[in-house]
Design a protein. Sequence first.
Length: 186
Amino acid sequence: MKHALRGLILASAIAAVSLGGGFASAQESPTPTPMPETKIGEEGFESPSATLNEMDWLVGQWSGVGIGGASAMESWLPPMGGTMVGTFVQETANGEIMFTEHLYAMEEAGTVVLRLKHFNADLTGWEEKDDMLTFRLVAMEPCAAYFNALTLRCADPEKPGEGLVAAVRMQSGSELQFEFNRMDPS
């Protein structure tokens, strides 16, 4: 089961990479999403001007349901030196670490780019030593960052900081999506 699930996750990441990045940390939505959460940039698209200050709603610790209904957590630190550092942890049904992601949202060339690396529970990496998955920004809106095939947005734009939706579009056109709730800081 463990190897089959890792294979599914890795296949998801590879499929997303062919769209320009990967984010294999969600479960397939049980019902079709009427409107896609993700956006795909046209070939050769230019990323819009943006800064990390536009993503301040993302800072904090989040928890939700991930792959196979198991718990998942995501954390984002405030920007430092043009970079926001994030981590993602996917648990198994038994509460053990299945895999983690190390994420950087970075200001680069007048816009924001998101980069990530996956790690097994024993801290061995999925990507080669110097490789990572890169998502270029397609659009920035209040309470939403749309990267190529990857979305991070407020669950309710009227209540920033209360909920987080993360989604990735797979090569098949389906989306992996889940929702996080802000964790109580105490």
